[in-house]
Ligand binder design. Structure first.
Ligand code: PLP
Length: 343
């Protein structure tokens, strides 16, 4: 296979986008419609599917909570891009997180989560799951000994990680975390929203499940909310994760509707080119910020000065589109800068 060089990337970002990624984004799961030959999967805006007889399915579809061809097209596309075997599309990123947690945990279990996790994930774990008897231990993604200490608790069943983290853009060694989680018989779930499968595929690094808020880079146009869980071959308590998630999606019911699945699938087709441009833009902005007197610290894994630079080079094929920074002058100065920004 040939590697695709991206000549327009700034110096620190001479990384490679996975060969074939953009081709797969366009074609995976997008077979012409069998009825009409339409090259784009139609929006099957239907709740239920007529059956020729009792217990015989005409098309394999029965009721849209269990499955809908437009959703299947998106799920096939997502599974291919994340190198998974199955994907499940949900109404939002949080609904996807909720599904993977409920498909694997029960009261009395403990989750270990990286402290720099999305605020909504923190809220879900501490305000909702805590009431259902699931406890969460937060550990610093920068201090591996905290993970090790937390894993000593025998009730830990699941480790939750986001990389790069928000807001410090710490890139966590996913393979190392997978190895530690598995050594303690726990699952590793990675929220891959910030990197997207264009830059990083956690299942190939040992993660058991990947979750996405497809609302962000995957949808890409701020016109649809969505989430996804992608799994490979992991088995949890004798049941494949794919089977657990399929049941959870059907029984829990927080599915992506056909219109949402269509919009997300359409956005996903251009993820590769958008991410390439996001990386280039972020690299330029990060370098520019480092030259400004008011800036105290710039956090961007593409900068050689960032603590995660070397692991980011190994683990990701681009440094992402998010940059954060600290200003001199404390909260008042930070507020002035935030209020002075324009979109
Ligand atoms: C937005 C986001 C979520 C939640 O997704 P919704 O689609 O808003 O429910 C989860 N994780 C990360 C990293 C996010 O940015």
């Amino acid at each position: 296979m040939t590697e695709i060089k991206i000549p327009s990337q700034p110096r620190q970002q001479q990384q490679l986008l996975r060969p074939g990624f953009r081709t797969q984004s366009v074609h995976a799961g997008q077979q012409p419609d069998p009825l009409t030959g339409a090259v784009i999967q139609p929006i099957y805006q239907t709740s239920t599917f007529a059956q020729p007889g009792v217990e015989t399915l005409k098309s394999g579809y029965e009721y849209s909570r269990g499955g809908n061809p437009t959703r299947t097209a998106l799920e096939t596309q997502l599974a291919a891009l994340e190198h998974g075997t199955a994907a499940f599309a949900f109404a939002s990123g949080i609904a996807a997180e909720d599904a993977v947690l409920r498909a694997t945990l029960r009261p009395g279990d403990t989750v270990v989560a990286a402290a720099e996790s999305y605020g909504g994930t923190h809220r879900l774990l501490t305000q909702l799951y805590a009431r259902w008897g699931i406890h969460t231990i937060f550990v610093s993604p920068q201090h591996p000994h905290e993970l090790e200490q937390a894993l000593a608790d025998p009730t830990v069943q699941l480790v939750w990680l986001e990389s790069p983290t928000n807001p410090l853009l710490t890139v966590v060694d996913i393979a190392a975390w997978a190895e530690r989680a598995h050594a303690h018989n726990a699952l590793l779930v990675v929220d891959n929203t910030f990197a997207s499968p264009a830059l990083q595929t956690p299942l190939q690094l040992g993660a058991d499940a990947v979750v996405h808020s497809t609302t962000k880079y995957i949808g890409g146009h701020s016109d649809v909310l969505g989430g996804a869980v992608v799994v490979a071959d992991a088995v949890w308590e004798d049941v494949p994760l794919a089977e657990r998630l399929e049941f959870q999606q059907f029984a829990g019911g927080a599915v992506a509707g056909p219109q949402d699945a269509f919009l997300t699938s359409r956005g996903l087709k251009t993820l590769g080119v958008r991410m390439r441009q996001h990386c280039e833009n972020a690299g330029i902005i990060a370098e520019w910020l480092t030259s400004r007197a008011v800036i105290k610290n710039v956090f961007y894994p593409g900068l050689a000065s960032h603590p995660s630079h070397s692991i980011a080079r190994q683990q990701m094929s681009g440094f992402g589109g998010v940059v954060s920074f600290q200003v001199h002058g404390g909260e008042a100065a930070a507020r002035r800068v935030a209020e002075g920004t324009e979109t």
